[in-house]
Design a protein. Structure first.
Length: 146
């Protein structure tokens, strides 16, 4: 599957106001009041803008923060990291590579062995249950759940 970033007009038509604010304006959704912070289904999470595969439920954990947290990306090449110095602090911002969507931030306080926590906004994601992977064109990820 080939992924591409839609035009700004297409993005505005596709996303609701919160999804647009988070992905296109580096926003943050409220903790504990978002779609996936407490999702325990098996499947993958893709960029809501471009469809790029980003994270797997196999790498999701409860960080207690109220946002979906992952130990690693599904495909490292689908995420980029940038230094974020907003809010008078230095953090590592996580973005989708092709869609250039703001996803969230990366922190060094996750579980071992890597110790990483990808703290991601639900509004930047679309969840695809394992039962729908083939139907939605992500069949190569079925092997994760066998």
């Amino acid at each position: 599957m080939e992924y591409q970033k839609p035009t700004e007009d297409q993005i505005r038509r596709k996303l609701d106001p919160l999804e647009h604010k988070v992905t296109q304006q580096n926003g943050t959704e409220p903790p504990f009041q978002n779609r996936y912070w407490d999702n325990h289904q098996e499947g993958i999470y893709v960029d809501i803008v471009s469809g790029e595969p980003l994270f797997s439920s196999k790498d999701k954990f409860d960080s207690g923060t109220g946002w979906p947290s992952f130990t690693k990306p599904l495909n490292k090449e689908n995420v980029s990291e940038k230094t974020d110095t907003s809010l008078n602090m230095s953090r590592t911002e996580v973005r989708s590579r092709i869609g250039d969507s703001h996803l969230g931030h990366l922190f060094p306080d996750g579980p071992q062995p890597a110790g990483l926590r990808y703290c991601i906004n639900s509004a930047a994601l679309r969840f695809i249950p394992k039962e729908q992977l083939t139907e939605q064109g992500y069949e190569q990820y079925l092997e994760l759940f066998s």
